[in-house]
Design a protein around this ligand. Structure first.
Ligand code: ATP
Ligand code: MG
Ligand code: MG
Ligand code: MG
Length: 440
């Protein structure tokens, strides 16, 4: 992409109303623009990041055996009356009437809608296990939308729902989600710690939240420092292997880690030696639930089992805050000059900076590098504008692409270009072909 043809409305000034780094940086880097309170447009750069995060979520869900689909944003109130949640959900639900006076709502979550689909089509134990998920916009009329996309009213969420014959099968689904979530966050460069949590309006007793440690997080958390040493890494996981999946979950849930809602000081002190006790703040980037027959009973979602008996489905639901993650990643990776994108979610891999736009030799060298990198599948943002060098560098630092390739007449005379890693600031002079090789 040529910057001269792109839409990157960076802000020079720090927006006054943005209280935390990620919100400030997303506005300054031209990633988002507020449409109304807690509702954002995703400008081109932000949209690229959102799609990268979404793709990782899809890949890891599909790897775990879960099936993608898409449900609408607007739902009928009738289904929510069946589960009893239409009245229970309260002010966070945006209620709408259509022209015929029918009551609708903008979905804050989808347990009812998916249960309605499954009860209509799934009749036998042979159709199970089944886990369906989608990534779709949600609306919750948060009392205090803030921190940009971290606590929006309209936000993008992956929500998945497992349907199983038995409690045991459903707990395997729960474990599968835990492992696939850990891998999902790790691929984004994040450590999100599964913590024992309270269930809220989704219901159920088995639930973990995934928290990214950050001073600006809204949750108070208590944990054993030992848990921060755990990594899933590139382990081969067979998601059908119940024992293996359960063992990984045990590994990640044995050290004490709880949110303030479930924190128990007596257990904390008994289990964790004083030098490993930590109290800090975290950002909730996901949550998983097992809630048994909470929805299948009131909504009549049943199958016939092997003995010919009609039984209620065991269910769970599982969410990842896709749009919140964009903010959480920036909270974890930024410095005083801007964002430091991890490779997997960076909007572009390389920023190509032409130091003397209009100089025939420099332009030609840039064009060639641009073409070669693109041909090799590298995503390049080519700053071909006639801004001065300092402004170009400031923009590249702000938007935080992992690599900057700087091309100027002086270097070219010596046969070199400069490759700079954003994260460390380390620069190296290389022949243009070496730079291409390094980036491909
Ligand atoms: P919170 O405690 O932050 O209000 P929640 O527990 O109500 O979140 P869940 O119902 O567990 O949210 O939804 C799954 C995920 O969706 C959350 O873990 C979070 O990452 C994301 N999410 C929830 N509410 C918002 C919001 N208002 N804006 C952005 N993301 C959100
Ligand atoms: Mg909430
Ligand atoms: Mg919560
Ligand atoms: Mg939650």
């Amino acid at each position: 992409m040529r910057l001269s043809r792109y839409f990157l409305p960076v802000l020079k000034e720090t927006p006054a109303d943005a209280q935390i780094a990620s919100h400030r940086l997303m506005l300054r880097a031209g990633m988002i623009r507020q449409a109304s309170a807690g509702i954002y447009s995703w400008l081109p750069l932000g949209f690229r990041v959102l799609k990268k995060i979404e793709r990782i979520v899809h890949e890891e869900q599909i790897r775990a055996g879960h099936i993608p689909m898409l449900m609408p944003t607007l739902q009928s109130a009738d289904l929510w009356r069946e589960s009893g949640r239409y009245d229970d959900y309260g002010e966070e639900m945006l209620r709408i009437k259509d022209r015929h006076g029918r009551e609708m709502l903008y979905g804050p979550t989808n347990e009812e809608l998916i249960t309605d689909i499954v009860r209509a089509h799934v009749t036998s134990y042979r159709d199970l296990p089944l886990t369906l998920y989608h990534i779709q916009w949600k609306f919750r009329d948060e009392i205090r939308p803030r921190f940009g996309v971290m606590r929006g009213r309209e936000f993008y969420m992956k929500d998945g729902y497992n349907f199983d014959l038995t409690r045991e099968d459903a707990l395997h689904a729960y474990n599968r989600h835990m492992v696939s979530y850990i891998r999902t966050y790790e691929r984004m460069g994040l450590q999100a710690i599964p913590m024992r949590a309270a269930s809220g309006p989704i219901g159920g007793d088995n639930t973990h939240e995934f928290l990214v440690l950050a001073d600006t997080g809204e949750s108070e958390v208590f944990y054993d420092a030992a848990i921060t040493d755990l990594r899933l890494g590139n382990r081969e996981v067979d998601y059908n292997d119940r024992e293996q999946v359960a063992a990984i979950c045990a590994e990640f849930t044995t050290p004490y880690a709880r949110t303030d809602e479930t924190h128990d000081p007596a257990v904390f002190e008994a289990e964790v030696p004083p030098e490993r006790r930590r109290q800090s703040r975290g950002i909730e980037v996901g949550q998983i639930f097992y809630f048994g027959t909470k929805y299948s009973e009131p909504m009549g979602a049943t199958v016939v089992n092997e003995k010919g008996e009609r039984v209620h489905l065991h269910m769970g639901s599982h969410g990842i805050g896709v749009s919140r993650l964009a903010g959480a990643i920036i909270e974890a990776f930024h410095d005083e000059r801007g964002i430091l994108w991890p490779e997997e979610v960076a909007p572009f891999q390389v920023g190509l900076v032409n130091l003397r736009q209009g100089d025939a030799g420099t332009d030609a060298a840039c064009e060639q590098l641009y073409a070669q990198l693109q041909a090799a599948g590298v995503e390049v943002l080519y700053d071909d504008t006639d801004e001065r060098a300092g402004a170009k560098f400031a923009t590249m630092d702000l938007i935080g692409l992992p690599w900057r390739l700087t091309v100027g007449p002086r270097g070219l005379k010596a046969g070199v270009v400069e490759l700079t890693e954003r994260r460390t600031g380390a620069s190296e002079e290389l022949k243009p072909q070496e730079a291409v090789a390094r980036l491909t």
